[in-house]
Design a protein around this ligand. Sequence first.
Ligand code: UT7
Length: 358
Amino acid sequence: MTEPTAPAADPVLAHHRRDGATGPPGGRAAVIAGIGSYVPPGVVTNQDLEKRLDTSDEWIRSRTGITTRHVVDAGTATSDLAVEAGRRALASAGEPGADAVVLATTTSDRPCPATAPDVAARLGLTGVAAFDIAAVCSGFLYGLATAAGLIAAGTAGRVLLVAADAFTTIIDPLDRGTAVIFADGAGAVVLRAGTADEPGAVGPVVLGSDGTLSDLIEVPAGGSRQRSSATAPEPGEEFFRMRGRDTYRHAVMHMLAASEEAVARAGWRLADVDRLAAHQANARILATVAERLGLPPERQLSNIETVGNTGAASIPLLLAQSAAEGRLTAGHRVLLTAFGGGLAWGATTVVWPEVKAL
Ligand code: UT7
């Protein structure tokens, strides 16, 4: 880690300025201007799950940290969650417009077309660039990098990035290994063009993947591989599957490494981090990552107890809820990190801006 050379009131912001956040030095940075989130009203408790699965409240709480989760009702799709979160983020930003809509999701409404154009249209943004990103639980971080790139290149001046998943629509309701963990929700941010030294500027984004382990987390059927083969899918292959124990190990390893790299590339030290906003995969994973980064529990944001693992939505939902509840406030130096199917992972930094989370 090197010290800043330019005099500045805030050394962390000075590092951002010197290193360049998201584009070429002197280029435009992506700055968070608004944030919103939405969870569907339906709630499933651990006791509800005990009634239909060979599991227990005690196992779920002690192994995952989850007590309740929100689930969509029949007829509600990912776009419905995304539209509501997007509407709130735009209201939070104080201006209705965006010239690109990026949606990170694993549970698109249909295999084709992308869901983002529909979300854009329902938000009154017909005509703008709109596309989906498939990076499973790391979708929000891949989305931040994409949105920052659009802004740095001048393709867009204002991007609505939504991360939404209705995971319960692809979960096998009888698979206790996934049904107790995954849930539904959405989070969204508005990113505007700004400078890297502003609060809210997205720092350097670290991204990575390992496709040799793509079978750790997968939906085997429904894609071109299965459709172009002569054999019909085996029963249950349309459902999401996860090899939990193997995934666990990789999650810790990659979130740690990506976090350390993102902090270094931002010019921060780990001790500078006021809040860790990690993908809410499992409370034990989060505790391990925080501990190994040397971050005490009070610096760790967590909402897994009441929302479960909401896939791509996890981080923006966590940020929005934490900001609304006052656990995340303007000036906090936040480290974001995620890991999931692909395998794919990422991390970045942001100095939390003055925004009202809706
Ligand atoms: O979001 C994308 C990234 N995802 C992750 O990072 C998730 C990573 N993995 C995990 O969070 C954990 O591995 C799980 C929560 C999925 C599982 O926890 P675990 O501590 O790794 O349990 P395990 O898979 O090693 O299973 C331990 C035992 C097994 O029984 P035996 O073989 O010891 O007799 C399982 O069959 O717990 C059993 N088990 C359950 N028991 C009650 C597995 N699921 C359940 C359940 N209720 N729901």
